[in-house]
Design a protein around this ligand. Structure first.
Ligand code: HSE
Length: 396
């Protein structure tokens, strides 16, 4: 069976290399011979060993009866969506690393895949090289998952680690992450939290089977975090991580949020550094389960794409558990549905007893659990006496 690869960038070229260099292992795992088929890219690649496989014409890929699987690593919504829709409609299975596409169009592509008894898999879209989706939709499918909290963006975790452990300059750390192939083409998707937002939307939809739209999730990146926040947090026994969280509430709705968050020093998420990602899953039967590994980079991500190629080649039918509904009604519970404790830094004469705050250090306090709206009221009161410098939710 041939696999076509769409897009020969960082991830796509890694997929080609694995399919060629590890052809034997891949074929044994799939139970049939898996071959690299046509590679689609608008650019020319003349000086590589498989340059004869390149094409600029997607209709040729679609018309090739030997291509049973299409692996997409182009990124963006179009033309990726149209290509993958057409591939699924022609009965080819599709795998992708494109989180933007899965977060926006996942429900639609999954339903097209079902209608044509094909598979649409996207292990590489979240957590890079960590085997994450398959354990969630398969091994943990009956575990009763109630909550997930993840460090889901390698670039920002790399930047935070370099800035705060080694005193690196923000822009140097970002340039490094770009050089190493971790960052998005437009790194604002990383540093503003959108990439982590898309990823938690995918995990939530996959686990709870209803579309959670990225545009509903309150999202804040790392751009406002200062060295003063980090050293105040450290002094009080915490680290700051960009966390993407989702929680199923008793009414069936989902609370989700992406923001810098405080985690206790020494807790599993606090020790995740550099480009590593981790997802802490809480479930009724298993308790806490932690997934950890490289969240970005060419070969880890390509390895996850290839694992989906193997899964598609093995599957006799559509994999039923990889599915979520495109419900007309939103599943997002609303920003005020879960009160949280906040770590705050202030300036001026703030009477913490009057405001019900626990004092941690000089000008650093912890609030009692508050909703976003309740916090806004507190903020106004604090600003009448001094000023609120930063506010970071506590992950417990
Ligand atoms: N830009 C992403 C990250 C790539 O840094 O995690 C992997 O999805």
């Amino acid at each position: 069976m041939k696999t076509a690869v769409l897009g020969h960038g960082t991830v796509g070229s890694g997929v080609c290399e694995i399919l060629l260099d590890r052809k034997k292992d891949v074929s044994i795992a799939a139970g049939k011979e898996i071959e690299l088929g046509p590679v689609l890219d608008i650019r020319d690649f003349d000086n590589i060993p498989y340059s004869d496989r390149f094409t600029k014409d997607f209709s040729a890929v679609l018309a090739d009866p030997e291509v049973g699987i299409v692996a997409e690593a182009m990124g963006g919504i179009e033309p990726a969506f149209s290509y993958l829709k057409a591939a699924l409609e022609s009965g080819k299975s599709v795998v992708t690393s494109n989180k933007e596409l899965v977060a926006e169009k996942g429900a639609e592509l999954l339903s097209i895949a079902r209608a044509h008894n094909a598979n649409f898999l996207f292990e590489a879209s979240v957590g890079g090289g960590i085997p994450l989706m398959r354990p969630l939709y398969s091994a943990m499918s009956a575990a009763g998952i109630t909550e997930m909290a993840g460090i889901l963006n390698g670039t920002t975790n790399y930047i935070l680690t370099k800035m705060f452990s080694f005193g690196a300059d923000y822009s140097d750390a970002l340039a490094d992450a770009q050089k190493l192939g971790y960052a998005e083409r437009d790194p604002s998707a990383d540093v503003l939290g959108w990439d982590a937002c898309r990823k938690i939307a995918i995990l939530s939809s996959l686990v709870w089977k209803k579309t959670l739209r990225p545009d509903e999730i309150p999202t804040e990146g790392i751009t406002k975090i200062t060295v003063k926040d980090v050293s105040a947090a450290e002094k009080c026994g915490f680290s700051i991580k960009l966390l993407a969280r989702a929680k199923r509430l008793e009414n069936g709705k989902i609370f989700a949020k992406v923001s810098p968050a405080l985690v206790k020093t020494g807790s599993p998420l606090s020790t995740v550094s550099d480009v590593y990602n981790a997802v802490l899953v809480r479930a009724e039967t298993t308790g806490e389960v932690l997934f950890y590994g490289r969240g970005a980079g060419k070969m880890p991500t390509a390895s996850a794409v290839v694992s989906d190629i193997i899964e598609c080649a093995k599957a006799k039918d559509n994999i039923e558990n990889v599915y979520w509904e495109n419900g007309a009604q939103s599943v997002f519970a609303g920003k005020d549905s879960v009160p949280e404790k906040y770590f705050i830094r202030t300036e001026g004469d703030v009477d913490h007893v009057l405001f019900g705050l626990e004092k941690l250090c000089e000008n650093v306090f912890m609030t009692k659990p508050l909703t976003e709206s309740e916090f806004s009221v507190l903020k106004e009161k604090i600003n009448e006496h001094g000023s609120l410098l930063s506010k970071i939710p506590l992950f417990e």
